[in-house]
Ligand binder design. Sequence first.
Ligand code: UP5
Ligand code: MG
Length: 240
Amino acid sequence: MWRRVASLSPMVSSTSRYLSLHQAASRLKTWESFATEIIYPEKGDLPAKRRAPFITFVLGGPGSGKGTQCEKLVETFGLKHLSAGDLLRREIALNSKDGAIILDLIKEGKIVPSEVTVKLIQKELETSNANKFLIDGFPRSEENRIAFERIIGAEPDIVLFFDCPEEEMVKRVLNRNQGRVDDNIDTIKKRLKVFEALNLPVINYYKKKGKLYTVNAVGTVDDIFEKVRPVFASFEKLKE
Ligand code: UP5
Ligand code: MG
């Protein structure tokens, strides 16, 4: 069962005023497919796929180590890793209809429109057999966050924030050497500005909600993982 988002119903109904009946009905259908209460079978257990997924948002500035730590979480806890940046880069590689626009935005360190990113994440969530997800590098703005709640009809269970000094992040990104179009000093400066202006408010939002786990992201990869591991080990749902 997906967790219902308290503000979802009013948001859907107020949004519907600006949508055609067909659009509104289709949005409601999408939401219902995620949010409908599950009727428990009299005997036996629910198939894993139908349980509420455990969702973690993994946030932090460029080069703070989100992807690196996600890989270790996958190995240790069997979580499914969805990197929003990788999903967008895949669209570029596939030359999809949004590919060219995505490339221009990434080159400028700007945020791709929420609808595009959320739809890509939605497709992965719907088609995966997994029930525990790490959503890496998303949401990057309050608008992203609200779009996820509206379209997916769910909130994260926890939010992991890798807190890393800018100097260290710049050093790591410049040393990466994987040919990413945004790994150059001009774009990194823009990415850092966007992170501070738009992503920090999201981090503060989850802090107020008591969902935020902040990890000091300085140190070796293994040292940092030793700070991340207990966060996940404490969730019974992840042991199922
Ligand atoms: N490294 C990692 N940990 C280290 C450590 N402890 N000590 C020393 N080195 C360490 O790590 C970066 C580098 O540092 C690697 O070489 C690693 O080996 C080393 P990584 O784990 O890759 O860091 P990460 O935080 O994942 O950095 P990344 O550059 O991927 O973060 P971004 O958030 O900038 O990139 P993302 O791919 O998420 O987004 C790219 C762009 O896509 C955005 O700028 C935006 O334009 C667009 N985008 C959207 O518009 N919307 C989205 O929802 C997502 C992306
Ligand atoms: Mg990454």
